[in-house]
Write a protein that binds this ligand. Structure first.
Ligand code: NAD
Length: 470
């Protein structure tokens, strides 16, 4: 199966530039060499092993920082995670037992307020992962010029193992902990959905916050990604996936990704809506990898997505879908030949162990941090173009920004006109960010480093102009 590479040329815009040239700017020679030494140390370390997610974000940051015109003191401030909150609280389980739940909220940068970032529920949540995700939010917001600092939350549970009532209790107690510690509020810190959470969890957060802070007239703006009836905005649920599609279309420099063979990892919120948009535009989804197995379309004509969605809705899984071959080893799906591979599940999925086997021509990072630095080195040597998470999955926070503004405005706009208007603004924001990134093509760094560089320069300006309190 899939023994030959598919013949689909990429536009010239996607030609990677991998020579590393230091752009001339404001660091003194000593400062610069200090930074270079630390970058070199990290680069050689990265060849020996896959760094952790947090180390990976630091490595990507350092690569860009070594090219920035920013002074080392400001770079140090930008890189650091400002606050990390760990809470532990008891949950009374349905069977009468009591379980201790561990959860986090990291606020990476307060250069813009409020800080913003999703809340994840997953068994592997820890402080480092939460800080890595919060840092990505800081840089992502800066790349798309959305005026938020970066944050992220995590609750260390497997949500599939808890009843709906237990999940509600966990979310409400977590929210109350955030309120007590001043880690949530429309002007302070505004969560959103992420891995394992969705509109229902956001509705519970809003309700809990409004109960605990009844005098805050802007209470509904304490969280985004809410159901429409609870102050949400049309299009938020599909926003991240749609954003992945918009960016992919810009980078591939074709009108609608027509005819591209695409493989997606993850059939959750981001994966599903990415698949929908690509399928709607004529792209062919030839395989999907899920946590419990995957689907491969042997005909390579592209999966019947409406039929698959109906099957998934009924069965709660994609495996066993009659229109495709079910495979147990979903990790192997990432290594099948295709034009575009879209990891839309979790971080570090493409690592030093499988990067050499990847046959895709383009990797579009819908998930946060799916490619480790060691994998990136291997992929670049094989001329695989990586479109970075900082831009690709920024559609969600961009639409969240409009939801937050809508809540603060206290006005209920006509739904259709508003939807079209917001969608138009979102497309403009993302396409402006894509253009900035494409403009950096040829300046001697890859798209990820360019995205970090754009973010660093913007945040640095903010730090410099704000000065230091007191
Ligand atoms: P989700 O929980 O809705 O879906 C994730 C899916 O990935 C699930 O279906 C799960 O079964 C699958 N999965 C988990 N491990 C897997 C594996 N090893 N192989 C294959 N599939 C696997 O989560 P989501 O909201 O779609 O988030 C996915 C990624 O996108 C995360 O990295 C998240 O941080 C990022 N992201 C999400 C949003 C958002 O708006 N939800 C915004 C920006 C970035």
């Amino acid at each position: 199966m899939y023994t030959s590479l598919l013949g689909h040329g990429l536009g010239s815009r996607t030609t990677p530039r991998f020579t590393v040239a230091v752009l001339g700017h404001g660091l003194g020679p000593d400062d610069r060499s200090a930074f270079s030494v630390s970058v070199m140390e990290r680069l050689s370390a990265e060849r020996r092993r896959d760094p952790s997610f947090l180390e990976s974000v630091d490595i990507y940051f350092d690569k860009a920082a070594s090219l920035a015109s920013t002074t080392p003191d400001i770079l140090t401030q930008i890189k650091a995670c400002n606050n990390i909150l760990k809470v532990q609280f008891p949950l009374k389980c349905a069977n009468g037992s009591v379980e201790l739940i561990e959860a986090y909220r990291a606020q990476h940068s307060h250069h813009r307020l409020p800080v913003k970032g999703g809340i994840r529920m997953a068994p592997n949540v820890d402080a480092d992962e939460t800080m890595a995700l919060a840092a990505l939010m800081t840089f992502k917001c800066a790349v798309v010029d959305v005026p938020f600092g970066g944050a992220k939350g995590g609750i260390k549970i497997d949500p599939t193992k808890y009843s709906i009532n237990e999940k509600e209790a966990i979310i409400r107690r977590y929210t109350s902990e955030l309120v007590k510690k001043n880690f949530i509020g429309p002007s302070i810190d505004v969560p959103a959905p992420d891995y394992g959470t969705g509109p229902q969890e956001m509705a519970w957060i809003k309700d809990t916050f409004e109960h605990l802070q009844p005098n805050d007239i802007n209470g509904s703006a304490c969280v985004t990604g809410k159901p429409l009836e609870e102050g949400g905005i049309m299009g938020r649920q599909e926003a991240t996936g749609l954003g992945v599609f918009f960016c992919l279309r810009e980078f591939l420099n074709d009108k609608a990704s027509l005819g591209k063979m695409v493989i997606v990892q993850g059939f959750g919120n981001v994966g599903r809506h990415t698949i929908d948009s690509i399928h709607g535009a004529g792209g062919k989804i030839i395989a999907i990898a899920e946590a419990n197995g995957g689907l491969v379309d042997e005909s390579m004509e592209g999966l019947d997505i409406p039929a698959l969605k109906a099957y998934h809705k009924k069965k709660g899984t994609i495996t066993g879908f009659p229109g495709a071959t079910t495979v147990k080893n979903s990790a192997g799906i990432l290594e099948l030949p295709c034009d575009v591979l879209i990891p839309a599940a979790l971080e570090s999925q493409i690592h030093s162990g499988n990067a050499g086997n990847i046959k895709a021509k383009v990797i579009a990072e819908a998930a946060n941090g799916p490619v480790t630095p060691s994998a990136e080195t291997i992929l670049e040597a094989n001329n695989v173009v990586i479109l970075p998470d900082l831009l690709l999955n920024a559609g969600g926070v961009t639409v969240s920004y409009f939801e937050w503004l809508k809540n603060l405005n206290h006005i209920h706009f006509g739904r259709m006109s508003r939807r079209m208007e917001e969608r138009g603004k979102k497309v403009r924001k993302l396409s402006t960010a894509c253009s900035h990134l494409l403009d950096t093509d040829g300046k001697g760094c890859n798209f990820r480093t360019a995205a970090y560089l754009i973010a660093i320069e913007r945040i640095a300006t903010c730090y410099r102009l704000s000065g230091i309190f007191p």
